[in-house]
Design a protein around this ligand. Sequence first.
Ligand code: SAH
Length: 213
Amino acid sequence: MTSQRTRERLIKRLQEQGIINPDVLDVMRTTPRHIFIDEALSHRAYEDSSLPIGFSQTISRPYIVARMSELIISRGSRENVLEVGTGSGYQTAVLARLVGHVNSIERIRPLQDKARKRLSLLKLRNINLRHSDGSMGWKEKAPFDAILSAAAPEEVPEELLEQLSIGGILVIPVGEQEKQQKLHLITRTEDGYDTEIIEDVYFVPLRSGVRTY
Ligand code: SAH
């Protein structure tokens, strides 16, 4: 199930859905997704679907990981990046291979612990993980060239906007969980923010506070 053929089929599917950036396709081809999923489900790792990772959370669909990564690197190189919602760590691993440095925040401690172990297997050295509420951003590491949120707020958190550098972008799903969410691409300019709506998406909600369980 983790064979090269299964992975190639996924890459073909991503291309059919409009992913064209060769670096993104290459990283998607060579980053093992099965190590980020519990063994009972790992045979489904190279399907283009989200899967449960516990605590009512999901690992994002490969298509959306590829799409958001493509948006992040499409307009220039990104040195310092913030990810909100580490979850399994899969998107973190993909991003770490495409940008200079990834700072990633998760509010559910056991998920973060698992992600840390899985990421260390890949020996990626340009990642910092933090257990906190990512809607506040990460002030000490700001400003960011890009921020990616893997969880959807109903409104874009002001702190995330403020922690963007000029020319920096925020890629974030916005909207209520039951209703249609829209993926927003927000660029910080010299005198404000430009917003583009990319497509309809479905993400878990961005929640405030932290959990240790
Ligand atoms: N890209 C991840 C997506 C995980 S789902 C993956 O592919 O595995 C989104 C994650 O965001 C969940 O783990 C959830 O706990 C986390 N999350 C939700 N609200 C958050 C917040 N305010 N701060 C940090 N993480 C948050």
